[in-house]
Design a protein around this ligand. Structure first.
Ligand code: HEM
Length: 504
């Protein structure tokens, strides 16, 4: 039966039900916290028509005396003490929660990114051991070398030769996807060069499934559940694409398990490391690999797109990066295509530029948890069981009390003392999360971002195409904060000055 004509009325009444449900929840709020920090339904309706949810809530958080607001039973905070309380001190009371887990469960199962409790602990323990050692760092750089030098830079050369503008955000998405697939399960997704049939079908299915799953965050829960139960529209599509993703991933897992022990033990990708370390089921391994690919894919590419965007109007910052690359290369005598891990580590100014971009344009600008037992946050805000609690990294970057009067300015120097990079307290800068669930890919992300930015800048000038002279880019926010409409750029070749090859 074709049920699509029924869909509109169902959706309409579902939406009314959702609004009334939210309204009833609001009426039930206790009087614990200050009314000035409470945002009502009428404010939500009025403001969401005009503004983007992320920037609107950031304005409210920054303006609030406690840097915390209560938006229809959802506590949103940019107060570092609260953030520390939620992410570390009272960690057990603030899991991701069933609502979050249910949204991504069809896609991620109970992989690390989508698990709580013991299930999460077991994966976290093994993954932290395997993901932060020296061999994996070299493996990451070797893959980057192939991907950047062999694929990415030639595409930029082509664009420079033709003079045509290209969407840099899209290319960076492809690059990051290829990298994370290699590191997670040693598969070459080849998104930068056009895919081969089987892998190409997997990549397509993965991207489609990720897009549809993430869109569920925008809908009332019962709506997508209804569509799923009726096997309608995007939910039907999701089911079909997930079948492709799972079939491919399971095949890779089984094939890997079938390899010789020495071969598995000698491999550095995460899947092989997990197989070498324990007796895990195919499903468990598939879920963790898919979780890593989702977590590492558009976070890093989004960050790199914002970096190139930020650099495009700051020639003085570009100049300092070029001087740093030249000085690192002249010290090491490296005239090769790619910088080494040690050289990248030495580039403290570039590290500061990357961190400053992440501060102002955090790829995951808000992070959600749910409260298990009634609680009071350090700033006095009461939180009831079942309420959502969100930390707002985007708002924190724009808070004078945290970053000083120039908080809204792009100033890499704030990260440096006598030329050395100074890390900041992670609860004031929770861009990679903080506490027991800190991002596992932080180091990989920094290696990748620094290697890509340095390689591109050495060889090319990147000019952002500003339609109608518009400088600010509109934000597209679902889970990550992307540049709406992509990042069209023009590429020009830059003359490189490499050091003489060392004879010793
Ligand atoms: C600039 C790049 C990145 C940023 C800003 C970033 C940020 C984050 C954030 C905010 C979280 C916490 C999410 C939450 O629980 O709500 C997280 C978790 C995670 N990230 Fe990243 N990430 C980046 C790159 C990567 C990469 C490249 C990988 C892996 C290849 C990765 C793997 C993970 C994993 C596995 C988790 C889950 C950790 C856990 O729950 O224990 N991330 N990341």
């Amino acid at each position: 039966m074709d049920v699509s004509p029924l869909l509109l009325p169902i959706l309409f009444f579902s939406f009314l039900f959702f609004l009334s449900h939210k309204f009833v929840q609001k009426k039930k709020l206790p009087d614990g916290d200050s009314d000035t920090n409470k945002i009502g339904l009428s404010d939500v309706v009025k403001n969401l028509q005009r503004k983007n949810f992320l920037t609107w809530t950031a304005e409210l958080v920054v303006a609030s005396p406690t840097k915390t607001i209560n938006l229809l039973s959802c506590i949103i905070t940019g107060n570092p003490k609260n953030v520390e309380h939620i992410l570390k001190t009272n960690f057990e009371n603030y899991p991701k929660g069933n609502d979050f887990v249910n949204l991504l469960e069809d896609f991620l199962g109970h992989g690390i990114f989508n698990a709580d409790g013991d299930h999460w602990k077991l994966q976290r323990k093994t993954a932290s051991l395997e993901f932060n050692n020296k061999t994996i760092r070299n493996f990451i750089l070797d893959n980057l070398d192939r991907e950047v030098v062999g694929r990415f830079l030639p595409l930029l050369s082509k664009a420079a030769a033709s003079g045509e503008s290209i969407d840099l955000q899209d290319l960076l998405d492809r690059l990051a996807f290829d990298n994370v697939c290699k590191v997670a399960f040693d598969v070459d997704a080849a998104r930068l060069v056009g895919d081969t049939a089987e892998v190409g079908r997997f990549v397509w299915a993965f991207e489609t499934a990720a897009g549809i799953s993430i869109k569920r965050f925008q809908q009332p829960r019962f709506l997508w559940k209804l569509r799923r139960a009726l096997n309608l529209g995007e939910e039907r599509r999701l089911k079909e694409e997930l079948a492709v993703v799972n079939e491919f991933a399971t095949k890779v897992v089984k094939e890997r398990k079938g390899r010789k022990r020495e071969e598995i033990e000698g491999s550095d990708d995460l899947l092989s490391r997990f197989i070498a370390e324990g007796d895990f089921s195919d499903e468990f391994l598939r879920d963790i690999v898919i979780s890593f690919v989702l977590a590492g894919r558009d976070t890093t590419s989004t960050a790199m797109a914002w970096i190139f965007w930020a650099l495009s109007t700051r020639p003085e910052v570009q100049q300092k990066i070029l001087e740093e690359i030249a000085s690192v290369r002249s010290r090491s005598g490296n005239a090769g295509e790619m910088l080494t891990l040690d050289e990248l580590r030495e580039m403290e100014y570039l590290h500061a530029v990357v961190s400053e971009t992440l501060r102002l344009y955090p790829p995951v600008p808000m992070q959600q948890r749910v409260c298990m037992r009634d609680d009071v946050l350090p700033d006095g805000t009461r939180v009831k069981r079942g309420w959502s609690v969100m930390s707002h990294s985007y708002a924190m970057a724009r808070t004078e009390g945290i970053w000083g009067e120039d908080c809204k300015e792009f100033n890499p120097e704030r990260w440096l003392q006598n030329g050395s990079f100074q890390p900041k307290n992670p609860y004031r800068f929770p861009v990679f999360h903080a506490g027991p669930r800190t991002c596992l890919g932080k180091e990989m992300a920094y290696i990748q971002m620094k290697a890509v930015v340095a390689s591109v800048m050495e060889r090319f000038e990147i000019a952002v195409v500003d339609e109608d002279g518009e400088r600010e880019r509109e934000i597209e926010y679902l889970i990550t904060m992307r540049i709406k409409g992509g990042l069209p750029v023009q590429v020009r070749t830059r003359e490189r000055h490499l050091p003489e090859e060392r004879k010793d």
